[in-house]
Write a protein that binds this ligand. Structure first.
Ligand SMILES: CC(C)(COP(=O)(O)OP(=O)(O)OC[C@H]1O[C@@H](n2cnc3c(N)ncnc32)[C@H](O)[C@@H]1OP(=O)(O)O)[C@@H](O)C(=O)NCCC(=O)NCCS
Length: 147
């Protein structure tokens, strides 16, 4: 059976967390922070947090956020064993559709500069690299965590 895409549910939290760990997307934060990020999203707008399942197993995620003007795409991840078979594209197609259904048509996202696969993925989809933008962060508490 093909990929089944649906909104996040509370029961997905452990599976999502381990998928992100496998994808190397949790190194910046503690386990509690990651769980909080997921459950916060669940409370606010879970229909923009998608999980993709194959045979009942979560193998992909993508999250959309919205600031009232632009949409932002975060947390696109596909299980290592299922990459390069179009799942990332399917997840992004569905999120883009949900954005458009809400009238959100301007999208942004960030990719680490050394993430060659990620950069290729977005370029291949027609996303344009913005060389003129620099990205600033600041922690307003004492932590050294990456924002
Ligand atoms: C980036 C990622 C989500 C891609 O998922 P995927 O399911 O493998 O992507 P798809 O199969 O839909 O790829 C679509 C196209 O994107 C491009 N692409 C995807 N991964 C690529 C890679 N590693 N290198 C080069 N091009 C790549 C290709 O053009 C591909 O088409 P093709 O396979 O027919 O050549 C996946 O590699 C991943 O989870 N990486 C770790 C987390 C991450 O980096 N997330 C993105 C940061 S925002």
């Amino acid at each position: 059976m093909g990929l089944s895409i649906r909104s996040l549910r509370a029961a997905d939290v452990p599976a999502v967390e381990s998928l992100w760990e496998e994808a190397g997307m949790t190194s910046y934060a503690s386990s509690g922070d990651i769980a909080d990020e997921i459950t916060d999203k669940l409370e606010r707008d879970p229909d923009l947090f998608l999980v993709g399942e194959l045979d009942g197993t979560v193998v992909a995620t993508v999250m959309g956020t919205w600031d009232g003007h632009r949409g932002r795409i975060k947390r696109l991840a596909v299980a290592v064993t299922h990459r390069r078979s179009g799942l990332g594209a399917e997840m992004t197609d569905e999120l883009e559709k949900r954005f458009v259904d809400r009238g959100i048509t301007r999208l942004r996202l960030e990719v680490w500069a050394d993430n060659v696969g990620g950069l290729s993925f977005w370029e291949e989809r027609g996303y344009e690299l913005q060389p003129d933008i620099r990205y600033f962060v600041r922690n307003l508490d004492d932590s050294d965590d990456l924002c």
